[in-house]
Design a protein around this ligand. Structure first.
Ligand code: ZN
Length: 135
């Protein structure tokens, strides 16, 4: 019997909204949409060097599901890399392990443990509202 679908757990949002290829006009490029959990599997398996079993435990999915998400992410990266497409990281079926906010001015990521209302890095006269990434 299939288990009820749970949201995938993501520890830390990516620093960027996506990637764009160099040496090609952005307006000429097509976009590949990468879901947050796809980004997270690449981070855990490639960057953090976890086994797929360990990565599956981190984001709270089965190992076969992890492999499916990871393979989908690699396919999108390969497609963007070879075809000169940009990658936009958005959407998915996930929740962060803590609440995250992003400064709309300098794009600094701030977690809820800091109880943020404004960005500490931006000057007082230029402070902007924080974007709630959890919504
Ligand atoms: Zn800021």
């Amino acid at each position: 019997m299939p288990r009820p679908k749970k949201k995938r757990k993501i520890n830390h949002p990516p620093k960027m909204l996506g990637f764009k290829p160099f040496g090609i006009r952005l307006c000429d490029t097509e976009q590949v949409i990468m879901q947050y959990e796809e980004y997270e599997t690449v981070k855990l398996v490639v960057y953090d060097n976890l086994s797929q079993e360990e990565a599956a435990e981190r984001i709270e999915v089965s190992r076969p599901t992890l492999t499916r998400i990871y393979n989908s992410a690699l396919k999108k990266i390969g497609q963007a890399f070879v075809e000169g497409k940009s990658i936009i990281i958005k959407g998915g079926d996930f929740e962060f392990e803590k609440n995250w906010y992003k400064c709309k001015r300098c794009f600094k990521l701030i977690d809820s443990i800091d109880h943020p209302t404004t960005c500490d890095d931006c000057p007082d006269d230029k402070k902007e509202e924080l974007e709630n990434l959890n919504a």
